[in-house]
Ligand binder design. Sequence first.
Ligand SMILES: NC(=O)c1ccc[n+]([C@@H]2O[C@H](COP(=O)([O-])OP(=O)(O)OC[C@H]3O[C@@H](n4cnc5c(N)ncnc54)[C@H](OP(=O)(O)O)[C@@H]3O)[C@@H](O)[C@H]2O)c1
Length: 246
Amino acid sequence: MMKTSFFSFRGLGLLAAATAVAAITLVAQTTPQTTTPMKIGFIGSGNIGGAIGELMARAGHEVFFSSRNPDSLKPLVARVGARARAGTPKEAIAFADVVFLGVPYSSMPQIGQDYAAALKGKIVLDAGNPNPRRDGAIAEGAVAKGAGIATQGHLPGARIVRAFNQLNNKVFLSGAHRAGEKIAVPLGGDDKEALAVASRLVTDAGFDPVIVGSLAESKSFDSSAPIFLKTLTARELRAALKLPAQ
Ligand SMILES: NC(=O)c1ccc[n+]([C@@H]2O[C@H](COP(=O)([O-])OP(=O)(O)OC[C@H]3O[C@@H](n4cnc5c(N)ncnc54)[C@H](OP(=O)(O)O)[C@@H]3O)[C@@H](O)[C@H]2O)c1
């Protein structure tokens, strides 16, 4: 009797695992594939880095997650699949055409010290949100001047675009490529080519890019802004920020 129960539990476990693999395969098969795969390196592979990396890999891009302890990323790499790998932040930067930055703002001085030289000239999608309660004094100045300008100060010479900071990682994962009008992702930056690349990656990930303006103007979708965490279509976002309709 005991033996039968054990085997039926095991059978159910195998069935659940097979169903999960089938679901992942189906998502991969139904996600539109990019015609121009890019190499995207991640500094910060936690909630937001992991989610955006997963969406980029689903779209056909190569992703390199990083951690100061790369072994800790094995489950993430296994989940995301064959287009994902992991290593140190330095290796991720060397690999990348585009770097995604998703680290707590309190670590920005250290990030600047360790990686500013390697990031010079690279397109950097910055999703960090300074939060004085969580990140301490460093965040107060960043909130006042705007996160984009503050990040540029830590990474001089990097081609910063504010991106993927305005919504929660779970909203990104569940809302990508939704039917009907897509969820908007606001972007801000001073480098036209970097903004064009960021727009393409936002589209590939399954959202509608809305270029709001310069790095200074990206303050309008910082965590202190009224639209922060609001899930909006491009039309709604443009109206909320009083941008010309398209
Ligand atoms: N969570 C969200 O839904 C969300 C959405 C939009 C924006 N954001 C913003 O994105 C940032 C990250 O949030 P999160 O929730 O993803 O954080 P998280 O899950 O705690 O992940 C933080 C990542 O930063 C890395 N990191 C920390 N200090 C580092 C350093 N000195 N050098 C290299 N890597 C370092 C960590 O790597 P190690 O493995 O090396 O520790 C980890 O991978 C925050 O500013 C947050 O406000 C979050």
